[in-house]
Design a protein around this ligand. Structure first.
Ligand SMILES: Cc1cc2nc3c(=O)[nH]c(=O)nc-3n(C[C@H](O)[C@H](O)[C@H](O)COP(=O)(O)O)c2cc1C
Length: 196
């Protein structure tokens, strides 16, 4: 079923987007399972990268992903919490964009709970002795999935919570593209129609 934004209320569009992102966090086959996260370095240079959507909380307006405490993006987010989040589904011909603020959970109860819920394969990359981005002489072999009771990687594990109040959707149609900004900081979702 296509995304007919003109025919839907702000609330219907928000509920449908929230359902899609919630499903995407649980299914690696979903077109929104991967997103692009852009952050800004201390010198103002923008950096974008793909991450896995780990959790979407519609009530709290939160997007969650996991990363390595040693990675450059963590230094960037520590310096400047602003992030741009981006998805595009070629299947749905739908782009989603969110401007958010990131909170880093490292060595706290939130990080521990996310770590405990993570699959051993997902934990493996956090066991690497070298920090992401380190210059190497050759490509390293993949670290093996740690046993379920090996929590050594937790020291490098960060759960990132991105909080937002607005979300922009752009739906492509041969008959006319539809772009809306949903405002979610009031009791009910409202929308602004924008030129595509
Ligand atoms: C399909 C795919 C999924 C990825 N998922 C993650 C992820 O969930 N978390 C993460 O930190 N990096 C993930 N990466 C790697 C990042 O895109 C990036 O290369 C790495 O985190 C280093 O980013 P940084 O140097 O900007 O910190 C993924 C890459 C790809 C291609």
């Amino acid at each position: 079923m296509g995304w007919q934004l003109a025919a839907a209320s702000a609330d219907d569009t928000w509920r449908r987007i929230a359902d899609a992102l919630d499903t995407a966090a649980r299914s690696s086959h979903h077109p929104f399972h991967l997103l692009t996260v852009a952050s800004v370095a201390a010198d103002g240079t923008p950096h974008a990268r793909t991450v896995v959507l780990r959790r979407f909380d519609a009530d709290r307006r939160e997007v969650w992903f996991h990363t390595d405490a040693r990675s450059p993006k963590v230094a960037q987010l520590t310096h400047d919490a602003r992030v741009a989040l981006h998805w595009y589904s070629a299947t749905d011909r739908l782009q989603l964009r969110i401007a958010a603020r990131a909170t880093l959970h490292h060595r706290d109860e939130v990080a521990r709970a996310a770590w405990m819920a993570a699959e051993p394969m997902s934990r493996a990359c956090y066991t690497s002795p070298v920090a992401p981005g380190t210059v190497l002489a050759w490509f390293p072999v993949a670290p093996p999935a740690p046993p379920p009771d090996d929590h050594g990687g937790l020291a490098s594990f960060v759960a990132v919570c991105c909080r937002f109040t607005d979300i922009e959707a752009l739906s492509l149609h041969a008959t006319g593209h539809e772009r809306v900004v949903l405002r979610l900081d009031g009791p009910a979702a409202t929308r602004e129609i924008r030129a595509p």
